[in-house]
Ligand binder design. Sequence first.
Ligand code: SF4
Length: 231
Amino acid sequence: MAEQDLVKILESIAGYLEIEKRSGVNCFMRGKNVQKRIDLLKKIAEDVNKCKKCSLYETRKKVVFGEGNPYAKIIFLGEAPGEEEDREGKPFVGKAGKLLTQIIQALGLRRGEVYITNVLKCHPPDNRSPYSEEINACFDYLKREIEIINPRVICALGKFANLALSRKEIPLIQQHGREYLYEGIKVIPTFHPAYLLRNPQEKKSAWQDLKKVIEIVKRKSDLKSTTLIGV
Ligand code: SF4
């Protein structure tokens, strides 16, 4: 196993343990179960790496799969990798990524405690918006990621993340902060960090949306029946 992969796995496990500790959990899941979830995510990443389901495979430099805590309570979902992500093969590493990291920290979390991914796993040339056929072609990977992680809440960042989950063409300016369900999981749509960099006046409303995300995580009634078991 490459050192980089090992570090990623250890960071994921550390993030998972930290968030469970904060939730008051004092026992740990068997290592076998943690590994199983990581293996399932790795399998999707392998499928994505060889994917040619839409024409974006022809222009991508690197596939950008999701990363973070496989037991995250929150998934932050963007629309597609940008140029920097395409070069590095990691989600949200550019300017917008820095803002997302700051947002996560402002919410009292570390980046490693959440899971970050995009609707599209390949960069659309010239940073153009995703086409609906690309969203449809790529959606199965996202669906599988969400099923495995099974978060308490998904924060849909921007128009296309929201469209992919809601399948409704409602302008984000109207829908941001309004909770709905995707496959039984709560979704809070808000503005994409790249949009917030261009429109800083919207940061205040985005913060109100993001506070709802944290409220869902903290709400006792939303606690899933835990599957944690003592070693
Ligand atoms: S964007 Fe998605 S569907 Fe298109 S080639 Fe990349 S991984 Fe495959």
